[in-house]
Design a protein around this ligand. Structure first.
Ligand code: NAD
Length: 457
C-alpha cells in the first residue's frame, strides 16, 4: 500500500501540476478553509487525547497553523519567483538568478506533543514550495491524528497529500522508501534513525529534535515577572513543549524570592486545586507519566508533586537542587517538573550547561545587557529569548530549529518555503561578446590570471 502511494505521488509530481503557483495557492486556501471548518473538532480531539485546554489548542495549534497559512498565501508569488542576484565581471554581460524548485515527494513525521501543528506547519511549507507530501501523525494522539486524516482527505487527493496513520512499524516502512525530502519532528534518538534512513538515498532532511533547555535568572532580573513568564512557558501543555525551560539556574541571592514568586504564579494560573483546573493539560501517555513520576523519587520537592494514576495528572512541581547525576537531570524532562539549581559565579553556569548537548532553547532573565550578550555569544543553542520564554517561536520571520543533537535545519514562514525548495543557480548569457581569453591555447600572461580574483565577484 505504501509503495503504491509513493508511486502515485511520484507520478503526480512528475505531471508538473504542483509547479504551478496558482495551483499551490488554491490548495493552501482549501486547507485554510478546512482548518477553520474543523477547528472545533481539532480542539475536541486534543482535549480527548490529553485534556489540552481549548485556549491552548487554538493559540498553539489551530490559530498558529492558520497564521502560517495566511503568511504563505500572501507571499507565495514573491517567494516562488526567480531571485536576481548581482552578476560578476568575469561573465559580463550576464543575468544571474536563484530559482526555487520543489524537491518532489516529501515525507513529514510528527510527534504527539503539538500533534496538529507539527503536521500542519511543515506541510504548509512543503506545499507552498510545490511538493507532494505524505504525513505521518503520532500514534499516541489517536483522536487528533484522525481529525488530521479527515482534513487531509477533505482537501486533497492522495496522489498529492496523504495522511498515513500508524506507529513505529509504519514509520519505518515509510522511511524505507526513497523520498526527495524528509521532515522529522521528535526525539533525538529517533532523529538519528531517520537520519540514517535518509542517508541511504542521500535524501536531505530537517530534523526538529529535543534538548535540555536552561533558563538563567541572574541577580538583576525582575523576579516577579520572570517567575510568571517561566511558569507560563514551562507549564503550557503540561511541560510537554520542546522549547519549554527544562531547568532553572538562579543566582543564589535571588533563589528564595524566585521560588516564592513561582509558587505564587502557579497558584495564580491554576488555583489551589490544580487537578480541577480546566487550564492545565495531562500527560499524554502512561509510559511518559511513569517516567516523569520516577524522576521525582529521592528529590526534594519545593512545591507540587501531586499526581493521579487514573487520569495521568501530574501537577506543576518545583524540585530543589537535584544533583547532576539524578534521573531528573539526565536528559530532557518533557513534563511539568522544574528543577531549580542555584549558582554563584558564571563558571558555575558554564559547568552546568556544558554538561549537556547543545539545547534547542536557552533563556536569560537579566537586566544586564553585557551578561545577556555574553550568554548569547558563549553558548550554542537553537534559539531563545531574553527576559521571556518560548515566544521565539511566535515570529515567523525567525528561523526555528536546533543545533547538534537538538536538530538539523530550521523552518517557519519563508524559512519553511526555503527548506522545501532546491535553490537552483542559473546564469543567463547571450552570444555577444565572445571573448577568446578562456579557451586554450592559453596565451594570457599569468599576471592577468592573478587579477581574476577581482572578477569572480
Ligand atoms: P518520538 O521520536 O518518539 O516520535 C516521533 C515520531 O517518530 C512519531 O510519529 C513516531 O511514530 C515515530 N517513531 C517513533 N519511533 C520510531 C522509530 N524507531 N523509527 C521510526 N519512527 C519512529 O518523539 P515523541 O515522543 O513523539 O515526541 C517527543 C520528542 O519530540 C521530544 O524529544 C521533543 O523535544 C521533540 N520535539 C521537538 C520539537 C521541535 O520542534 N524541535 C517539537 C516537538 C517535539
Amino acid at each position: 500500500m505504501i509503495e503504491s502511494l509513493v508511486e502515485k505521488q511520484r507520478n503526480f509530481f512528475l505531471s508538473g501540476k504542483t509547479k504551478d503557483v496558482k495551483f499551490r495557492k488554491i490548495y493552501l486556501k482549501k486547507l485554510r478553509k478546512a482548518i477553520i471548518d474543523y477547528e472545533d473538532d481539532v480542539c475536541t480531539a486534543l482535549y480527548n487525547d490529553f485534556k489540552k485546554p481549548k485556549f491552548e489548542a487554538m493559540a498553539s495549534e489551530t490559530q498558529f497553523a492558520l497564521s502560517e497559512l495566511n503568511h504563505a498565501i500572501e507571499n507565495i508569488e514573491e517567494w516562488s519567483g526567480p531571485k536576481r542576484v548581482s552578476s560578476t565581471w568575469v561573465n559580463f554581460p550576464s543575468a544571474d538568478y536563484i530559482y526555487s524548485q520543489p524537491y518532489g515527494n516529501t515525507l513529514i513525521i510528527a510527534p504527539w506533543n503539538y500533534p496538529f501543528l507539527l503536521i500542519m506547519s511543515p506541510l504548509i511549507g512543503a506545499l507552498a514550495a510545490g511538493n507532494t507530501a505524505v504525513v505521518k501523525p503520532s500514534e499516541l494522539t489517536p483522536n487528533t491524528s484522525q481529525v488530521i486524516e479527515n482534513i487531509i482527505k477533505t482537501v486533497f487527493d492522495e496522489e498529492y497529500v496523504c495522511a498515513v496513520q500508524g506507529g513505529v512499524d509504519i514509520s519505518q516502512k515509510l522511511l524505507s522508501n526513497k523520498w526527495d525530502y524528509i521532515f522529522f519532528t521528535g526525539s533525538t534518538k529517533v532523529g538519528k534513525i531517520v537520519y540514517k534512513s535518509a542517508a541511504e538515498h542521500l535524501t536531505p532532511v530537517t530534523l526538529e529534535l529535543g534538548g535540555k533547555n536552561p533558563c538563567i535568572v541572574d541577580e538583576s532580573a525582575l523576579v516577579q515577572i520572570a517567575a510568571k513568564r517561566i511558569a507560563w512557558g514551562k507549564f503550557l501543555n503540561a511541560g510537554q513543549t520542546c522549547i519549554a525551560p527544562d531547568y532553572i539556574l538562579v543566582h543564589k541571592n535571588v533563589k528564595e524570592k524566585l521560588v516564592n514568586a513561582l509558587k505564587k504564579s502557579i497558584t495564580g494560573f491554576f488555583g489551589e486545586n490544580i487537578e480541577s483546573s480546566t487550564d492545565f493539560a495531562r500527560i499524554t501517555t502512561q509510559a511518559h507519566y511513569e517516567n516523569l513520576k520516577s524522576m521525582l523519587r529521592d528529590e526534594e520537592i519545593l512545591f507540587g508533586g501531586d499526581f493521579n494514576d487514573d487520569t495521568l495528572f501530574l501537577s506543576p512541581t518545583l524540585v530543589n537542587e537535584p544533583t547532576l547525576n539524578s534521573k531528573i537531570m539526565e536528559g530532557e524532562i518533557f513534563g511539568p517538573l522544574l528543577p531549580i539549581i542555584s549558582y554563584e559565579t558564571e563558571k558555575d553556569i558554564s559547568r552546568l550547561i556544558s554538561n549537556y548537548d547543545k539545547p534547542l532553547a536557552l533563556y536569560v532573565f537579566s537586566k544586564k545587557k553585557k551578561f545577556q550578550e555574553k550568554i548569547i555569544d558563549q553558548y550554542s543553542f537553537g534559539g531563545g529569548t531574553i527576559n521571556d520564554t518560548v515566544i521565539q517561536i511566535t515570529n515567523s520571520q525567525l528561523p526555528f530549529g536546533g543545533i547538534g543533537s537538538s536538530g538539523v535545519g530550521h523552518y517557519q514562514g519563508k524559512h519553511s518555503f526555503d527548506i522545501f525548495s532546491h535553490k537552483k543557480a542559473i546564469i543567463k548569457k547571450g552570444y555577444w561578446p565572445e571573448l577568446p581569453l578562456r579557451y586554450a591555447p592559453y596565451n594570457i600572461p599569468l599576471q592577468f590570471v592573478k587579477k581574476l580574483k577581482y572578477l569572480f565577484r
